[in-house]
Design a protein around this ligand. Structure first.
Ligand code: ADP
Ligand code: MG
Length: 710
């Protein structure tokens, strides 16, 4: 693959986006080695980077007004000749310049930067100035932006007299001497010659999406004639960002399909039917549809790479079990990998019941299974006696070998990274992969993060046994709430009291839960209070949970370890402390622990005094809806994608222009365009796709490994 041209050597023979597109910014006029270094530090290495560095906002300075028509407080641009200039020393030393345009006079004031101003603002110079007009002993402008007009003609202005770009200008920018003014000077000459650019997007895509051309886009992103043009240009570049990401995901998917000729499972399905017939309920239509979608994958040679999304309580476990049964019947193994031991134990419990009619005994494998027992289970997994295996990270550890892994299911997928996903897949010979998430992810985000997966959605919950009412309260209500818990315990209703466990301060939060536990024990002398958190030994934790399930404990103080997999139908109450510190989706998960029995359950969100408007808006959202997808959308909107996904999620690509919430509508078309183009030209070998390919490489080159990964 051709390297970028070295300076000066570019020839016409090789079409390029721009002869210097991928060259160091150093070769951009006005940069030089020193400034290039500063720009590099700020993430701008090439000319392309510089042009993709868009203005933060624009100033509309297109309103040019003769001095006689000026009205105080207006923001305007005035063109005039420099008359008198001079320093006025005193308490408020200043440099003053008077300009006139034949209709009147305007005084310009500067309280700093004199030396430079004295040099450039010479008597007789024609200048354009932009700023706010004030009236104080005559018309004035203080610290206007200005520009000396050497060969002035309208349209040739950079800092004044037009819509002017304002580039980001934090401390690190100004320290490097990269003021918005100097950025303008660097970028303007590049984009005023649109003919030097050739679009990397094929016209077929541009036409279909009604996108403007790259040359137009670059000019208008920086120097628009109308603000709406700038927006259109920005949209095009946001589309491009999504498009190249989706292209990468599409390519990855394509490679999986090509490289890994999967196995087609040819079992009769009688085991799965047996399992479903043994259920004490009938499947929801959504469950039936999703089982069908998954079965289709399992029966085909195309290896399954599917994401199953479903709200808490949507009934994903049954779906998982029924599809596992297909593989089990054919003699292969299936593994269910989950992030925590509590969840693993819970799933073992459920799957043991579900597989009972089939005569299959699921096997658990976690880090805390030790010694002879561990050896025995590893042996069962290695020799194929264990057919349904449930486990934590222990499943991907070195010591765990499978006999014949037909399918892998990962629950709570967002807790695992791509590498872990890959490691469990590598434990088998091209097994099917189903990843499940109970934290609904808005579709746009799902397509961005998991664009290489097919998506099934369980968009319907089984008929609810109970209902949940959610309210929020402040400290004042604490006594009343405790009194309620006490009464409820007398009626046999159990309560959770949840404390946040935020990763950054895990220790202090743990202390909060432990301290609260001691206080609550005193507060409820006639009730049994239990405590679980991540540091409680698995065996002790299971004992506490069993006590709670059995009703021997009335109140369970917990951290978010109970977020998933805990099922105590008698629990009718949940108090979540410092609710403002949880994400909405996490609150929703926690809340899903109640309402599992008949009747009304109550979830109380405790928030601090004087909640911020955002905190309030968030808890309000929780009180208003029980739809996990709506909550996820809201959460994404309020907190943005980074926070929404949390620190564990490392897979989120960084967009410099696109914004996952604001530009959500562009994701789907970008994805379609990307998948479509690879369908017709999988290696982008067609001559029309040459520039597309090189731009893709520029953007994702260092991540080429991604393209090889399964
Ligand atoms: P999640 O999608 O959160 O993992 P689960 O699989 O744990 O949900 O199911 C939640 C509860 O709903 C379980 O108690 C399960 O037995 C029950 N359930 C699942 N499917 C149905 C159904 N079709 N009808 C009634 N109850 C169901
Ligand atoms: Mg589940």
């Amino acid at each position: 693959m051709a390297k970028s041209h070295s300076a000066g050597k570019s020839t016409v023979s090789a079409p390029s986006i721009h002869p210097r597109w991928t060259e160091s910014v150093q070769y951009v006029k006005g940069v030089g080695p020193k400034r290039a270094e500063s720009l590099n530090e700020l993430g701008i290495e090439t000319m392309a980077d510089l042009l993709m560095h868009l203005p933060r906002r624009y100033l509309d300075r297109s309103d040019m007004v003769p001095i006689a028509k000026l009205v105080p407080e207006q923001h305007v641009t005035v063109v005039g000749k420099v008359g008198m200039t001079g320093m006025l020393r005193g308490r408020m030393s200043r440099f003053e310049v008077v300009i006139s345009d034949g209709t009147g006079e305007l005084t310009l004031l500067w309280f700093k930067g004199w030396r430079y101003l004295e040099k450039v603002l010479k008597k007789g110079a024609l200048i354009a100035v932009s700023g706010q007009v004030r009236y104080y002993h005559g018309l004035q402008m203080t610290h206007p932006d200005f520009e000396v007009l050497e060969d002035w003609e309208a349209g040739n202005l950079t800092h004044t007299g037009r819509i002017v770009p304002v580039y980001p200008s934090g401390a690190e920018w100004s320290r490097a001497g990269l003021t918005p003014r100097s950025m303008r000077r660097l970028i303007k000459p590049l984009v005023t010659d649109p003919d030097s650019f050739t679009d990397y997007l094929p016209s077929s895509i541009r036409d279909a999406e009604e996108l403007p051309s790259l040359p137009w886009t670059l000019t208008n992103a920086h120097y628009p004639n109308e603000i709406s043009d700038a927006e259109r240009a920005r949209d095009r570049l946001a589309f491009d960002e999504f498009f190249f990401l989706e292209l990468t995901l599409a390519r990855r998917r394509l490679l999986i399909d090509k490289k890994d000729e999967g196995r087609a499972c040819d079992s009769s399905g009688h085991l799965a039917r047996q399992l479903v017939d043994g259920l004490p309920f009938t499947l929801t239509p959504a469950q039936k549809r999703v089982i069908k979608e998954i079965t289709g994958d399992i029966r085909s040679t195309r290896p399954m790479r599917r994401l199953l999304q479903g709200d808490v309580g949507a009934g994903k476990t049954v779906v998982a079990a029924a599809t596992m049964a297909l593989w089990v019947e054919s003699g292969a193994q299936t593994a269910l990998m989950v992030p925590t031991e509590i969840l693993a134990e819970q799933h073992l419990h459920t799957l043991t019941r579900l597989f009972e009619p089939c005569g299959i005994q699921p096997v658990l494998m976690t880090g805390s299974i030790k010694g002879a027992e561990r050896r025995e289970r590893l042996e069962m997994i290695a020799n194929g006696t264990a057919r349904v295996i449930i486990g934590t990270h222990a499943l991907i550890s070195e010591g765990t070998e499978f006999h014949d892994l037909g399918m892998v299911i990962i629950d709570e997928q967002h807790r695992f990274g791509v590498a872990e996903r890959q490691r469990i897949v590598n434990k088998g010979t091209r097994p099917d992969l189903l990843v499940m998430t109970a934290t609904p992810i808005p579709r746009t985000l799902a397509l961005t993060l998991y664009g290489d997966l097919d998506v099934s959605v369980l968009n319907q919950k089984p008929p609810q046994k109970g209902t949940i009412r959610t309210v929020w309260r402040t400290e004042d209500a604490r006594d009343k709430i405790y009194a309620y818990i006490n009464d409820a315990a007398g009626r046999g209703e159990l309560a959770y009291i949840v404390y946040p466990l935020v990763e950054v301060s895990e220790k202090s939060d743990l202390k909060a839960a432990t301290t609260a536990f001691k206080e609550l024990e005193q507060r409820f002398p006639n009730r049994n209070v239990g405590l679980v958190h991540g540091r409680v030994k698995p065996r002790d934790r299971q004992a506490v949970m069993n006590d709670f399930y059995a009703g021997n404990l009335h109140i369970l103080v917990a951290t978010t370890v109970i977020e998933v997999g805990v099922d105590a139908p008698a629990a009718r109450l949940m108090v979540i402390e410092n609710a403002e510190r949880f994400g909405l989706s996490q609150l929703h998960q926690l809340r899903g622990r109640i309402g599992r029995g008949p009747g009304e359950s109550i979830c109380v969100l405790m928030i601090g005094h004087g909640p911020t408007p955002i905190a309030r808006e968030r808890v309000e959202a929780m009180c208003q809806t029980d739809d996990g997808f709506k909550i996820a959308e809201e959460d994404l909107r309020l907190r943005g994608p980074g926070e929404f996904l949390g620190t564990r999620q490392s897979g989120l690509p960084e967009f410099t222009i696109a914004h996952l919430v604001r530009d959500a509508h562009l994701v789907e078309p970008a994805r379609q365009a990307a998948f479509h183009i690879l369908e017709t030209d999988p290696d982008l070998k067609h001559p029309d796709h040459k520039l597309l390919r090189s731009e893709w490489k520029r953007r994702y080159g260092q991540r080429q490994r991604l393209l090889q990964a399964g």
